[in-house]
Design a protein around this ligand. Sequence first.
Ligand code: ATP
Length: 354
Amino acid sequence: MTVDLVLSNLSKSYGAALAVDDVSLEVRKGEWLSLLGPSGCGKTTTLRMIAGFIEPSMGLIEIKGRNVTQIPPYRRNTGMVFQNFALFPHMTVDENIAYGLRIRKEQPAVIRRKVEEALSLVRLEGYGGRYPTRELSGGQQQRVALARALVIEPDILLLDEPLSSLDAKLREELCVEMSELQRRLGITTIYVTHDQEEALSMSTRIAVMSQGRLIQIGTPAEIYERPATRFVADFIGKINIVKARLLDAVTAAIVAEGGVTSLTLGSQTEVSVGTEIELGIRPELIEIVRGEEQGLIYGTVRHVAFYGGEIRYRVAINSETTLEVSEHNRRQIPLQEGDRAGLKVDGANCLVLK
Ligand code: ATP
């Protein structure tokens, strides 16, 4: 497996503050790695260090086996798309895309051919003569920025929240387009986002960051299904956090309206018996049972929201815990506010949060 990017103990401090704190990771050829985390967690700083715009305080950056830590941005062969696209307003689309090739002193005929190819990649044939900021929509500008980054055939494509200024529907379309293009070209891509849905749907792997540190790295399914910490569980997707008491190594008890329900967990916990623990339960893994059944958790429906394909309920199971439950809309009769709800939870699907 070829590794295209290695970060070793990468740190960046501003005075006493650590923006990036000892981050090490490897990105394989053709991967789409998303750096995901809340605002201020250090993802942009990490990306900019990879691009060469910010000098690390400590650590090493290797691209295709070459130590580039001290090498200026234009000699790293990375292509970058910025949040606000950063297109040159006084240049046409063609000139914007050709810019990197001109700096590399390519022949005019080669430039013309590569610009045409890049325009066709992002489906903007015929737009080369327009001025980007005045004569193109936001989505088209984003495509020009992508073409400008790709035309130099970079070793690594760096994307800094390139969709954040666009509206929701367009973002979704461009997400699909960008990931199709990325897979077709097989280009190694680092994508900065704070949008967990984008990260989950587009990435080969996700690196979750918090307060400058890398907390977990894994495939979207690994991160979602086996989050390493409470922070990751809570940040990626919706999750209910419920207090429970450990009855033995694999049994947890939850106090709800109808009394105590015990759940058999998927694996042994390391904490001692009798301890209060927190369980994480995803809303889609709670089933609403209509009618009586053994082992249900009972509560009262406090809120019902209709989303077309699914119905989301908020069910209070005790004075301090309200669970969010999502149910596919299969035309079953929805519960109403005030109804008693029986919830079926498979203990094997509960995460014991750390
Ligand atoms: P966002 O999603 O809001 O862009 P981010 O995860 O990309 O956030 P960074 O921009 O990398 O976060 O910033 C990480 C931390 O470093 C923040 O606390 C930020 O305030 C701080 N920081 C960034 N640049 C500087 C700077 N030039 N001087 C001082 N502090 C900085």
